[in-house]
Design a binder for this molecule. Structure first.
Ligand code: FES
Length: 104
């Protein structure tokens, strides 16, 4: 199933990208050409893939693991709906909105 992903930065600049249910969010971000590093490639040792998820979409996700929560403690500008993009898989939804804690 197709999921329309909206990426929005701090200046409200918006990028739209078409992805699929089950896609890893960090892969979608990289395919969209957006500047989120993901330095450790999902090994949960860097927190450079920190993003903030729309509150409705956040509730559709599997809960973060304890290790992810520990890494989020090291990220900047963390919000109640923060996640590490390398640990997020797109749920069954039409739209999924991701806020970046930095500008594109
Ligand atoms: S890519 Fe390093 S924690 Fe997500």
């Amino acid at each position: 199933m197709s999921v329309t992903v909206f990426f929005i930065d701090q200046t409200q600049h918006k990028v739209t990208y078409q992805a699929e249910k089950g896609d890893k969010l960090l892969d979608v971000i990289h395919k969209a050409g957006l500047p989120v590093e993901g330095t450790c490639d999902g090994a949960l040792t860097c927190a450079t893939c920190h993003v903030i998820i729309d509150v409705d979409n956040f509730s559709q996700l599997e809960a973060a693991s304890d290790v992810e929560e520990d890494m989020l403690d090291l990220a900047f500008d963390v919000a109640p709906t923060s996640r590490l993009a390398c640990q997020v898989y797109l749920p069954d939804c039409e739209h999924f909105t991701v806020y970046f804690p930095q500008d594109f």
